[in-house]
Design a protein around this ligand. Sequence first.
Ligand code: SF4
Length: 362
Amino acid sequence: MTCETLTAEDAAALLLTWYDRHHRDLPWRVSPPMARQGVVADPYHVWLSEVMLQQTTVQAVKAYFDKFLRLWPTVEDLAAADSEDVMKAWAGLGYYARARNLRKCAEAVAREHGGRFPDTEEGLKALPGVGAYTAAAIAAIAFNRRSAVLDGNVERVISRLYAVETPLPAAKAGMRQLVSRLTPADRPGDFAQAMMDLGATICTPKRPACTLCPFHMKCMALHSADPETFPIKAAKKEKPVRLGAAFVAIDNADAVYLRKRPDTGLLGGMTEVPGTDWSARRDGETSVDARPFAAPWEPCGTIAHVFTHFELRLSVYRANVAEALPAAGGWWEPIATLNMQALPTVMKKAIAQAIPHAFKPG
Ligand code: SF4
C-alpha cells in the first residue's frame, strides 16, 4: 500500500465526513446536526471549557464546567463573582493561576467589551490569561474563523500525518503552518474540533486505531514507520525536588486548622494547612519555626506532589489539641466541610496523610 499525497481539500473532506458521524458529544459543544440548524457555540462556554481543558482531561472537566455554569450562567455573572467563591469552585482542577485569570478575563469582557467576547484571534489574545492556543480555539469554534488550532492531540495527528522528524517543542511552529494550510474556509471550527477528536479517540498516543482513521491512506507515519514513535520529543530535564513540612492540627470537635495563602505566587489565594516554605534544602526536621502553635506534633509520613517546574516532598505532622486554640490568622474548619474550601490537591494530600478519613464520604 503506497502513501497518497494529502491535499487540503482531501483533509477537509475526509475529516469532516468522519466528524459528522463520530464526533464526541461534549457539554460545551454544538454538534454538527445542531450547527446545521443554525445553532452557534456560545463563546463563554468555549472559553470556559478551553481554559479548564488545559492540562486536565475531558472527563474531569465535565463536572466543573456544569458547576461553573450553574453558579455563573453568563460571563457577566462570573465577572461579578466573589474571587474566593471562584477559587473554591475551581479547587481540585489544579494550575490555579488559570482560576485567577478566569475572573480577570470575565471582568475584562464584561467591562471593556459589553459582555461580548472579541471575535478575532488578536482581540481574544489581548484578554487576561488567553494565550495563542485558546485565542485560536475560540476564534475557530465560536466565530468560525480560519484559525490554526494546535493542541496536544492535534500535534500528535500532524506529526504522524507528515512523519515530522523535528522534536517537540521546536517542531511547533512548522506544525502550526501545516494545520493552517489544511484548515478549510468552510467549517473551520468543526475542522479544529474534528482534529482534536481524532487525536483523542483514534490517533491515540499508544496503539492508534489506524484502520478506523479517515487519513489511513494518506498518513506518512503509518506507511513509513511506527506511528507510535511520533511526535518525537526532546529529552526531558529532570524536575528539581523541593522539600518542606506541613502541620495538620485537629481539635476534639473534629475541626482542622487552616489559613489562606498570600494572594500572589504559587497557589495564591488558596487555602492551606500551615507549613514551611518549599525550598531545595529545608526538610521537615528543621521546620520548628513554621509550627502554628505549640502542640504535641507527631510525624506521620511524607507526601509527594508534582508541579509544572518542580517536585515537592512534604513531611506531614499531626497534632491533636484538646480544644480549638485561638486562631492566629487562620480558622478551624470542621472536617465535614473541608471539601467546600479552596484546598489545592497538594493540601488535600497532606490533610489525608494526617487524617485518613478527612475526604472520605459519609
Ligand atoms: S493513520 Fe494512524 S497514525 Fe496516521 S493519523 Fe491516522 S490514526 Fe494517526
